[in-house]
Design a protein. Structure first.
Length: 148
């Protein structure tokens, strides 16, 4: 009836209610609001068999064209509050921080990598890096990677 592996984007309003409830059950599981798939199915108002039948076939589409993962490499002075100020600035501009890796400072400077998603970013990458560079205690900031 359909081609193997074919993906279709459909408006949620057109989907049968059971598929929307499966998506809700999967969300509850991933967020820890349900301990297991049986509890998630019960909370969503569907049977376990319906959950298992559709769980691998439905998911929410994310617009990955605008929600990229970016990694910045920074060198920060070994002063209290510098990393906190950088993170506050990222939050202020709508970045969703995914990972932070700070190494032990050598000669008064610490290398830091910060990865974040850009979906909610309210500025461009160049302006964001310049704003970070202007923070007292930031020695350097450059973009290492950008992925879709």
């Amino acid at each position: 009836m359909s081609e193997d592996g074919m993906k279709i984007i459909v408006d949620a309003e057109l989907l049968p209610e059971v598929l929307l409830k499966v998506i809700e059950a999967k969300r509850m599981l991933s967020q820890g609001k349900a301990k297991n798939s049986s509890e998630a199915a019960r909370l969503a108002g569907i049977s376990r068999s319906a959950f298992y039948k559709y769980k691998d076939g439905v998911s929410v589409y994310g617009d990955d064209r605008r929600n990229k993962i970016v990694t910045y490499y920074l060198t920060l002075m070994d002063n209290p509050g510098v990393l906190s100020t950088v993170l506050s600035l990222l939050s202020k501009h709508g970045a969703n921080v995914l990972t932070i890796n700070q190494n032990i400072p050598l000669d008064g400077a610490a290398p830091v990598t910060i990865s974040f998603t850009t979906g909610g970013l309210r500025t461009d990458g160049h302006s964001l890096r310049e704003a970070i560079r202007s923070i007292e205690g930031v020695i350097n900031c450059r973009s290492l990677s950008e992925t879709n």
